[in-house]
Design a protein around this ligand. Sequence first.
Ligand SMILES: Cc1cc2nc3c(=O)[nH]c(=O)nc-3n(C[C@H](O)[C@H](O)[C@H](O)COP(=O)(O)OP(=O)(O)OC[C@H]3O[C@@H](n4cnc5c(N)ncnc54)[C@H](O)[C@@H]3O)c2cc1C
Length: 466
Amino acid sequence: MSDKFQAVVIGGGPGGYVCAIRLSQLGIKTACIESRGSLGGTCLNIGCIPSKSLLNLSEDFNKVQNLSSKGIEIGEVKLNLSKMMKSKDKAVTILTKGVEFLLKKNKVTYFKGTGSFKSKNEIFIKDEKNKETLIQADKIIIATGSLPISLPSIKFDEKVIISSTGALKLEKVPKKMVIVGGGYIGLEMGSVWSRLGTEVHVVEFLDHITPGMDKEISNEFMKILKKQGINFHMQLKVDGVKKNESGAIVSTTDKNGSKKDFECNVVLISVGRKPNTNGLNLEKIGIKLDEKKRVKTNKSFQTNLNNVYAIGDVIAGPMLAHKAEDEGIAVAENIAGQSGHVNYDTIPGVIYTTPEVASIGKTEEQLKKLNIKYKIGKFSFMANSRAKAIDDAEGFVKILADEKTDKVIGAHIIGPHAGELIAEIGVAMEFGASSEDIARTCHAHPTFSEAVKEAALSVDKRAIHS
Ligand SMILES: Cc1cc2nc3c(=O)[nH]c(=O)nc-3n(C[C@H](O)[C@H](O)[C@H](O)COP(=O)(O)OP(=O)(O)OC[C@H]3O[C@@H](n4cnc5c(N)ncnc54)[C@H](O)[C@@H]3O)c2cc1C
């Protein structure tokens, strides 16, 4: 007899494991299947966590070299890359083991193996040794995440032609790296390697980086990254990548048809990610995909089969860990008969470069397109006393509020701790706050968060410190 569960989650990433824990908390007998051999998905193993670890360590390396100008002399600073990588790997291991502990603590049954549908209520699990186990479930949640995309006929070897996964484990600092794509993953990895000594060249098809971001912030971001030594080559189409003895040649064409080649040691292809439905056998049970091959769901995360749901990177919406987690909680609550829901208007996005970039809600460009009248409040970190005190004053806070009601409808920050500061605006937006609500909230002094308050004051042209 095969084991029977009330719910089975396929995929142990931030969407899947969070969903499994919430299901179990709600009294539902749950199993979670993960093929990677460790829990936490892309995020913990090859995404958010290792990238943030390397961003932090490379920033420390960079900072420490510049301390003498501030009166702190510490002699020669040397890089030990393999030790740095071990420190990153340690963080990953601690966190993935932590998730395993959480599943156990919450009485979720964890299956190590690859899950595929036998029928709409049965899943085959194949483990490392090809041993197959069949389990049954009333409800099944697909949380199988996403995979990096390459360019046509260019294959990742993860040594010379790399995806973000290879960029997180290079064994030596490349002399020259070309990054195809100016999105957040490419720019984070570019920052890491640039700080460690690589000459970084970003080749981008569009005329701006970080597509979808508020244009004013994106322009400022590119200016700052250029000052840090990252080179940008805009409006170039990559025609191909050819490996040679020293690395590779990236050939491109500009909008006028002129050709340009870039020689480098390593090429990072960072042009986006695609939903991962490999091997699930979805065709067999008739689960429908959308035009981008994502699992099609309704507002309750239900697929066209009423006992099968999907969440996270494998469905529509921003490919972000916290979006996947929130969907995991919402679907678990829906399955338990509650009213789970995700507010897609208040999902923050953060880029963990220096300075950080964070945004929530609508951009100016979106508001114009939607014909929504808005007011803008802006405040520069140059006028923020904490930022000045620690000589970290690049960037600004921008708040967008409805012209009539003053309700906050978007916020965009580039500057120190932007990723933390955006949370205050998220709470404000969830409560339908106006810019005046933020402006009248007492903020501690001296903090970076005072820049948020001043930007809110500036919506009605009454900022004090500018
Ligand atoms: C370099 C990088 C940096 C990132 N940084 C950030 C960041 O800072 N913040 C942020 O919010 N997001 C970040 N992301 C995105 C984030 O990692 C994803 O949005 C998030 O992991 C999606 O969660 P998920 O649960 O949907 O899928 P995943 O995390 O991809 O998890 C899916 C899991 O399912 C497993 N699986 C797949 N098929 C099967 C199967 N048939 N059977 C069993 N298991 C299966 C996979 O092995 C995987 O572990 C980053 C991504 C990358 C690549």
